[in-house]
Design a binder for this molecule. Sequence first.
Ligand code: NAD
Ligand code: WQD
Length: 340
Amino acid sequence: MTRPLILLTGATGYIGSHTWLALLASGFDVVGVDNFSNSSRETLNRLHRLSGQTPDFVEADVCSAAAMDAVIRGRRVAAAVHFAAFKAVGESASQPLAYYANNVGGLLTLCQAMQANDCKTLVFSSSATVYGNPQQLPIREDAPLSTTNPYGASKLISENMLRDVEQADAAWAIALLRYFNPVGAHESGLIGEDPRGTPNNLMPYITQVAVGQRARLQVFGNDYDTPDGTGVRDYIHVLDLADGHVQALRYLLGQRRGITANLGTGVGYSVLEMVRAFEQASGHPVPFEIVARRPGDIGACYADPSRAREMLGWTAQRGLAAMCADSWRWQSQNPHGMAP
Ligand code: NAD
Ligand code: WQD
């Protein structure tokens, strides 16, 4: 049986690299595209070691129409998974045009190249950020959508654009996957989240404190309406997230119909619960101090993951202990990230 070929954009990034391995293990072939704007070439060596095969990779910018056309035209691409985007919320507020150009412009260019080559199956990386400050928990996919920053707006604009594309041409089948808070790493410790500069997100900050690179975690507020007052999120292991993409592709290629689905566990943990779980998994202390709320933050956010279970046959399998143990293995084996 032939293995369907999947185009992964943003393929050497955090979620892309884990999804690449999951796809190879699940009977798909992969061609990866990245411009290394937020990842390292070393990822390809690690993928080679982990998969036992040379990664089929093209260094290219998804905003280049000629490059995207060339990648798709020369191959029998069955579907694309579009991870490539900028993702720093704070930076998006200071550089909105860069975010709209890369996130919306890149998606537009990719879709045009796909359409021109009659490849109309797409999985898009959306985010729980499109729910804004949720009024009801757990969050269902039909909850009201809103955004509070240009990054979130770029995801909502992208979702709207893709809904229009599907509406206009029934040959398109598109999955809008709304990720909650991805953490963890491959259990080998060879690939994981590799942020540049000071991490914006909680888990990489915690791991850098535990490994001794940073003195202490700042906990952004302990006066939220949550059990211990600190922010509550739905952390999901990146390997579960990767499996969610495999299931979404099977659904799209089998059913020829689109879907919007949350990818989360349905369980929320507070910042202090995360600190304690990580200390336990790593055996290292994580000193912290309580500081003011981070502007734009919300108190609690966790998914109702039942649609993904019912329609995709997918549920997250890995719990908090595995998320922390795998994040720690990656950080402790690679204290300076991917850089060789
Ligand atoms: P990441 O930064 O690790 O990966 C993105 C990859 O895309 C990087 O390797 C980067 O070099 C590449 N890239 C960016 N712009 C590009 C361009 N113009 N051309 C080619 N490559 C380009 O981020 P990630 O955490 O793996 O996120 C993947 C996707 O998931 C993004 O779309 C992100 O917005 C979305 N998402 C992430 C999270 C999260 O917390 N990590 C949550 C929800 C949604
Ligand atoms: C988690 C909790 C913080 C850092 C962001 C984006 C969202 C999505 C995922 C892409 C919150 C607290 C954090 C720290 C802390 N990305 N915290 N000290 O804010 O849920 O979501 O990343 O789509 O769009 O907004 O994740 O990891 O930044 O924060 O106390 O140094 O940890 O206040 O309660 P968030 P996060």
